[in-house]
Design a protein around this ligand. Structure first.
Ligand code: PLP
Length: 346
């Protein structure tokens, strides 16, 4: 029971269908894993992981050991990778968990080697974020290291640029030097780059949650939820009246305005000022003026019967919301805050 005026409704069926679509696009050789870091991009990691395991997903990627610990009760029979690697102070926690570090440096390899436990290895093929440089990996001593997944990560898979092929070639060039069980290169966007990028295991995150990083994926991926907020007050304004902080909207005539319980503190950032859209029974309600910390103003012209306490909604159509706000699809989904009631169906 809750009295929240703000809720997120997630559709487990849509999540599973997105994973199944990405699994099919990953081809017959590669299995499809799931990036569930950052609380499954804000959706709720236990809800997401439980559904994906049921659907057949066996490989999960988190950023931190704390995140691996959170899903540990669910992932006993799965492969869990901690992408941010393992630092010295994390070894006590890491040794208690059934998860692998993504080894990102020679220091981390030395640290992990003595555990005798399997690890994954990230090769830096040009993004220069985490990972071992190709030149170093090719001369390191890998004897006795139990490497499950040998991985790299593309910097620009959402664009058609030569960097993709260059990183693919660099990855191909290191495979023989590091003994491994499986190879993995593709995030969501790279799954659409073609067979050469798929290898044995894909690691989509964003597209599972309704993000569309490349147009090729648009037909296969559906939104997984909607945010809903209640109207707290309805007011009438006259021609010339101004709305909200800094008076960025001026009414051209009499208007009915709904003030709703959602703001930038809820991850509905100021990029939606004057551009966001809500819905009520198929009618569109534009956001007027600035987004406040806890409030937005909506034009109720299309739904004049709405009143205090009524719900309005916004489908988490991430490409559309990205166009409206100028935010990345990743920023929108991971910014949804803690004031929402999160409800799952299926
Ligand atoms: C986050 C992440 C992914 C998932 O990327 P998406 O673009 O969300 O599909 C895959 N691999 C690595 C190394 C990551 O950090």
């Amino acid at each position: 029971m809750t009295s929240a005026n703000l809720r997120l409704k997630f559709d487990g069926k849509a999540l599973v269908q997105n994973w199944q679509a990405l699994n099919a696009l990953s081809g017959s050789r590669a299995s499809c894993g799931a990036a569930v870091k950052a609380n499954a991009y804000g959706l709720g990691v236990t809800e997401v992981v439980a559904r994906l395991i049921k659907a057949g997903c066996q490989d999960f990627f988190v950023a931190t050991w704390q995140e691996a610990g959170e899903i540990a009760p669910l992932t006993r029979d799965c492969s869990v990778t901690v992408l941010n690697g393992v630092l010295e102070h994390e070894m006590p926690l890491a040794s208690k968990l059934n998860a692998k570090p993504m080894i990102n440096s020679a220091e981390q390899l030395a640290r992990w080697r003595n555990t005798g436990r399997p690890c994954d290895v990230m090769i830096n093929t040009g993004m220069n974020r985490l990972g071992i440089d190709c030149t170093d990996a090719s001369v390191m001593d890998w004897t006795g290291v139990d490497v499950d997944v040998l991985a790299s990560h593309l910097a620009s898979a959402d664009e058609d640029v030569p960097q993709n092929a260059a990183q693919l070639a660099a990855f191909g060039g290191i495979l023989a030097a590091v003994p491994h069980l499986r190879k993995s290169l593709a995030n969501s966007a790279a799954i659409a780059l073609g067979e050469d990028y798929l290898f044995d295991l894909t690691r989509p995150g964003l597209a599972l949650y309704g993000g569309v990083p490349r147009a090729e994926l648009a037909a296969s991926i559906a939104p997984v939820g909607a945010l809903e907020t209640r109207l707290l007050q309805v007011r009438h304004v006259e021609s010339g009246d101004q709305l909200g902080y800094n008076a960025t909207f001026t009414a051209a005539g009499p208007m009915k305005i709904g003030i709703a319980a959602l703001g930038y503190a809820d991850g509905y950032l100021r990029g939606f000022s004057g551009t966001g859209r809500f819905q009520s029974e198929g009618q569109t309600l534009p956001v007027l003026g600035r987004v406040s910390m806890d409030l937005i103003a909506l034009d109720l012209a299309a739904a004049p019967d709405l009143g205090e306490g009524d719900w309005v909604n916004c489908t988490l159509d991430l490409p559309v919301m990205s166009d409206q706000s100028g935010l990345s699809q990743y920023e929108i989904i991971t910014s949804l805050g803690s004031r929402y009631d999160r409800k799952w169906t299926d």
